[in-house]
Ligand binder design. Structure first.
Ligand SMILES: Nc1nc2c(ncn2[C@@H]2O[C@H](COP(=O)(O)OP(=O)(O)OP(=O)(O)O)[C@@H](O)[C@H]2O)c(=O)[nH]1
Ligand SMILES: Nc1nc2c(ncn2[C@@H]2O[C@H](COP(=O)(O)OP(=O)(O)OP(=O)(O)O)[C@@H](O)[C@H]2O)c(=O)[nH]1
Ligand SMILES: [Mg+2]
Ligand SMILES: [Mg+2]
Lengths: 277, 291
């Protein structure tokens, strides 16, 4: 990335381009540049390098949202993993199982996608590879029944972390969102001492539609955190800035590949650095 | 929506007297914002708006009683022209079987699309065979097998180990079973993964497809251009399939990819079931992108 040496309208245009090209979106980009210009005025700086640094700080601050405890010592957890089709929910659950096992937590997976061809088989392959148990019914079973089976098994077996995979669903499909609310209700009504974290999985290649996804899933079940996948590609995932500004959901983990070890804890500083690489 | 914003912009400008080029610029800014919001690539937006401007600063707009409507008309025409003026059919090769190769990023909808297109072609009187050349994703072959079983289409999985071999063996199997079209499903891959892009080139060489179809998720953002250009440079894409258009995504990626590669959009995916596929209609997508 080559920047103009002097602070000029062209310099700000260049910054705008980088942000727009990263899927930050026009509205959030304008907000960021307004904040930046205020800061430049306050600091009375004329160095573009310093201005770049201010922008990094502004973005890092927006992304530094306090997140729910994802490792409770002594308190069992339930993760409900949701999102639209193909974003990486099932693969992210495999990665989470590996993550929690590395922290010596016992895990249970629940195959809540009873609709898509070979969805249960896909999670079953992962569960065998990782040596974790899987609760599943047959294809076509009622997702609420599978969820009930999953949460009661997790409680009976005193598993540290139970993870619920769900079918991909477009947020615009009212019947599928109702189905998700039902699954959520079944889990919340049987949590006992368990802490529930609702995780929305977003694909880093997604553009402005991610805002609509975030809004609708939050309205349906409440979102506690985000997993942003496929950051090993060329997409920057800048939409999470717009989501942070509008909804304040914390980003919990990043997906950076297709294997079970390809999960990183979200670090705002690193994310911002990658944004400007 | 854009139409209302443009009318509002021009109504406000009208109050200042005769319209000039600067006024059209202000209206075009609304077009730019609408296209960016629709996920059209920002460079494509820039060149598209410049083309619209060339037409919009003519007498017909500046002297019109309804300049907002004129600009919308120009934008719509330019968009439809860009999308391709009519639907383009799948190429049928003169050798049997005709082979179609499907490629794209992870999770775009390739496997589901292969199933859908198999059913679509069968309804047209063709005899498809599906080839499961994704050997990496857990239960990928199983996914295609289930779709095949549910829809009465033969699926070739081979040894589940070598995608290049699976592709060529599937074609041989099609000849034996007298199937006249082979649809090859491949693993999702990143355009920047040299090894996997190399594998795709080997599959292409072995299969000699009549079409190489890039499957793209309609909610893809600015990165669509990079991805499509890369697949096009390395493979030569003959057509695009845009999936998940049953969502509320505006689908601007379609415009970006079309502008940058010139590839025709052949089909759109409109649902998870096998009937969720439609032949592409340029004017419909143009209206959707404009919001
Ligand atoms: N490169 C890359 N690929 C990923 C990542 N996460 C998931 N994938 C791939 O994306 C594709 C879809 O992943 P899934 O886990 O099946 O996605 P899903 O959300 O469960 O899909 P549905 O259940 O069909 O809605 C697979 O090919 C995964 O290997 C990631 O971080 N990087
Ligand atoms: N709503 C909707 N869902 C779709 C459409 N096309 C595919 N899907 C869903 O998107 C998800 C991913 O589809 P797949 O066919 O597994 O995608 P893929 O490209 O083969 O994925 P990989 O092989 O992992 O790269 C599944 O949940 C499909 O049901 C569509 O047009 N509309
Ligand atoms: Mg899944
Ligand atoms: Mg697939």
């Amino acid at each position: 990335v080559v920047f103009h040496k002097k602070i000029s309208p062209e310099f700000y245009d260049e910054l705008e381009e980088i942000l727009i090209a990263s899927d930050v979106g026009y509205k959030t980009t304008s907000l960021l540049l307004d904040k930046l210009k205020e800061r430049v005025k306050e600091e009375k700086t004329d160095e573009t390098n310093e201005v770049k640094e201010y922008l990094r700080e502004i973005i890092e601050e927006i992304l530094s949202i306090p997140s729910p405890d994802i490792i409770h010592e002594g308190i069992p957890m339930a993760l409900l993993v949701v999102g639209v089709n193909g974003v990486g929910k099932t693969t992210s659950i495999a990665k989470l199982a590996e993550y929690y096992r590395s922290k010596d937590k016992s895990c249970l997976l629940v195959a809540g996608d009873t609709f898509r061809a070979a969805a249960i088989e896909q999670l079953s392959v992962w569960s065998k590879r990782l040596g974790v148990d899987l609760i599943h019914h047959q294809e076509g079973a009622d997702p609420g029944a599978v969820a009930f089976d999953g949460i009661t098994a997790a409680n009976a077996r005193q598993v540290d972390v139970v993870m619920f995979d769900t079918a991909g669903r477009l947020h615009t499909k009212v019947n599928l969102m109702s189905e998700l609310k039902k699954v959520h209700r079944v889990i919340t009504q049987n949590l006992g001492e368990r802490k529930l974290v609702n995780i929305l999985v977003l694909d880093a290649t997604t553009g402005q539609n991610a805002l609509s996804q975030a809004r609708t899933f939050d309205e349906a079940i409440g979102i506690d955190g985000i997993i942003l996948t496929k950051l090993d590609g060329t997409a920057k995932g800048g939409i999470v800035l717009a989501i942070a500004v509008e909804f304040g959901f914390p980003i919990l983990w990043l997906g950076v590949g297709e294997n079970s070890e390809d999960l990183r804890l979200f670090d705002p500083g690193e994310f911002v650095k990658a944004l400007f690489d | 929506n854009l139409s209302e914003k443009l009318q509002e912009t021009f109504r406000r400008l009208r109050g200042k007297g005769k319209l000039g080029e600067k006024d059209v610029d202000e209206a075009l800014r609304q077009v730019k914002l609408a296209l960016l919001e629709a996920d059209v690539n920002f460079r494509v937006v820039r060149s598209f708006v410049n083309r619209v401007k060339e037409r919009a600063i003519g007498h017909e707009v500046l002297n019109s009683l309804t300049p907002g409507q004129m600009v919308i008309k120009i934008v719509h025409e330019e968009l439809t022209k860009l999308m391709g003026e009519k639907a383009e059919k799948l190429v049928i090769s003169d050798r049997t079987p005709t082979v179609y190769l499907f490629a794209g990023l992870q999770g775009a909808g390739k496997t589901t699309t292969v199933g859908k297109l198999g059913v679509f072609l069968r309804k047209q009187g063709r005899r498809p065979l599906l080839a499961a050349a994704d050997v990496y994703r857990p239960a990928a072959a199983k996914q295609l097998q289930i779709l095949g079983e549910q829809n009465d289409l033969p699926v070739y999985v081979g040894d589940g180990k070598n995608p290049v071999l699976i592709a060529s063996e599937a074609i041989e199997q099609a000849r034996q079973l007298q199937r006249d079209v082979v649809l090859i499903d491949t693993a999702g891959r990143l355009h920047i993964n040299e090894e996997l892009m190399g594998e795709l080139q080997k599959i292409k060489k072995a299969a000699d497809p009549a079409e190489i179809l890039l499957v793209v998720d309609a909610m893809t953002g600015q990165d669509a251009v990079t991805v499509a250009q890369s697949f096009n440079e390395k493979l030569g894409i003959t057509g695009l399939i845009l999936t998940k258009l049953d969502s509320d995504t505006r689908g601007g990626a379609a415009l970006s990819i079309r502008e940058v590669t010139g590839c025709p959009i052949k089909f759109i995916g409109t649902g998870e079931k096998m009937d969720g596929i439609e032949v592409f209609h340029p004017e419909r997508l143009a209206s959707r992108i404009l919001g």
